[in-house]
Design a protein around this ligand. Structure first.
Ligand code: URP
Ligand code: ZN
Ligand code: ZN
Length: 473
């Protein structure tokens, strides 16, 4: 039977952001064709019995770094390995980053990333452009990207001076134009210059081990930058999206702004919910696994994150999958945490997580009663699709939507090991952890790409999805 055959998913429990019911779902011609009771299977239709399984919309992960060049480093996953790992984890759409360099324009950045991604991607994808420099020509190109290239979101950094940091006026100019055009600016909010000073002082005092990464990036400086970003967005009359919110010092400004009616949106990431800053209580180099930005915070912060997820002050859980191996890999030392063996500031920032997002959140969120099933879907598929102009093509199960479907078994447990995952990264933060739930089957536009441990996808079958205006509701 060919992989493009129509598929009838029988008797599964269909879960969307709003609904929860048992039905048959017919996937045909790449879309969800029919949802009904007791659909008759035609002669060439593959029938899959989903009794006892959840039928979920394919996950939408709007924060991943595949093949991203960051300063002298490059993330360890290629578009091929990263999207395959995404698929095994139940994610069928990723939004990666296209970095505008010193000399080129946002359009050049998009073309470069697409040229590399096209033959490699195994799930559908889009790009946020990282805008590092703003002038009149850049703003024209940003407008062109929105209206002609289907790229409606742009990331800017308040951190990493000299590498990616943009000044406040540049951020304000982008917010004003992109907001007026119906797009979204996503902000990395940390006070980069103060953090750089703290790093310099720590190194001068002889503090070189990984734990100082966390000690030099205090949550107050995440909070300060978040507050500043909100005020810039308010002045620009534009929506704003904060990536990787880790602390209550940042969250409290978001909560206040939303209560005031300012269109502020934000994500957190699984690692901020799974781990806390006690992992930094040593000088071991192994701790480099947890060197990500922002760093892990206190258990108290986690309580606030959960509350915000539940009551919609945080709307998205994305991975910030930014994999670097502990040791040199196929990209050599460019992808290795070991670069910073004698200087924590040289440890590439980031951690893997693209394959474990759904199962880890199902376990610690749904199973522990912190998230309803509907909210789980909303946070991992529906709202990211809405906020970034992908909905209703992506992010839900509805007649006419892309047939991106995950069959999820809530009744089994699995133990996570890096060697069983599909990322090029040589570790997972979840090594040895037992989690409830498993992705059983994944369909991308109706094609079966994951069947248990078996891979039926192929590099290059993913498509670039042109995105529309954001739904900042
Ligand atoms: O540690 C992280 N998150 N590295 C990736 C770059 C970023 O700030 O998202
Ligand atoms: Zn960031
Ligand atoms: Zn990131």
């Amino acid at each position: 039977m060919s992989n493009s055959t129509a598929t009838l998913i029988r008797n599964g429990r269909v879960i969307t952001a709003t609904d929860d019911y048992v039905a048959d779902v017919l996937l045909q011609d790449g879309i969800v064709h029919t949802i009904s009771q007791a659909i008759e299977a035609g002669p060439d239709v593959r029938v899959v019995d989903a009794t006892g399984l959840y039928v979920l919309p394919g996950g939408v992960d709007t924060h991943v770094h595949l093949e991203n060049v960051i300063g002298p480093t490059i993330t360890a996953d290629t578009f091929a390995s990263g999207t395959k790992a995404a698929a095994f984890g139940g994610t069928t759409t990723v939004v990666d980053f296209a970095l505008q360099t010193e000399t080129d324009s946002p359009l050049g950045a998009i073309a470069r990333a697409q040229a590399s991604a096209q033959s490699q991607v195994a799930v559908d994808y889009s790009l946020h452009v990282i805008v590092t420099r703003v002038d009149d020509q850049v703003l024209k190109d940003v407008r062109y990207a929105m209206h002609h290239e289907g790229v409606s979101s742009f990331k800017m950094f308040m951190a990493y001076p000299g590498v990616m940091m943009a000044d406040d006026a540049s951020i304000f100019r982008m917010l004003r134009q992109v907001g007026a055009d119906g797009g979204m600016v996503a902000l990395h909010a940390e006070n980069g210059t103060v953090i750089d000073l703290l790093i310099k002082e720590a190194l001068e005092a002889g503090h070189t081990s990984p734990r100082y990464h966390a000690l030099t990036r205090p949550s107050l400086m995440e909070g300060e930058a978040t507050h500043r970003g909100i005020r810039l967005a308010e002045l620009a009359n534009a929506p704003i999206y904060f990536v990787h919110v880790s602390s209550n010092d940042a969250l409290k400004h978001i909560v206040t702004a939303r209560a005031e009616g300012i269109p502020v949106f934000a994500e957190t990431c699984p690692h901020y919910l799974l781990f806390d800053d006690s992992v930094y209580d040593n000088d071991d180099f192994e701790t480099a696994k947890y060197v990500m930005t922002p760093p892990l915070r206190k258990p108290e912060d986690q309580k606030h994150l959960w509350r915000a997820l539940r009551y919609d002050d945080l709307q998205v859980i994305a991975t910030d999958h930014c994999p670097f191996c502990m040791k040199a890999d196929h990209f050599g030392m460019r992808s290795a945490k070991l670069r910073g063996a004698h200087d924590f500031s040289k440890i590439p920032n980031g951690a893997p997580g693209i394959e474990t997002r759904l199962v880890s959140l199902f376990d610690i969120g749904v199973m522990q009663g912190k998230l309803s099933l509907n909210r789980f879907v909303e946070l991992t598929a529906t709202t990211p699709a809405k906020l970034f102009g992908l909905f209703p093509q992506k992010g839900t199960i509805a007649v006419g939507s892309d047939a991106d479907v995950v069959l999820f078994n809530p009744a089994v447990t699995q133990t996570i090991h890096a060697k069983h995952l599909h990322s090029h990264c040589d570790y997972t933060l979840l090594e040895g952890r037992q989690l409830q739930g498993r992705v059983e089957k994944v369909f991308l536009r109706g094609q079966l790409i994951v069947d248990g441990e078996h891979w039926h996808g192929r590099a290059g079958m993913g498509r670039f999805v042109k995105r529309g205006q954001v739904r900042a509701f």
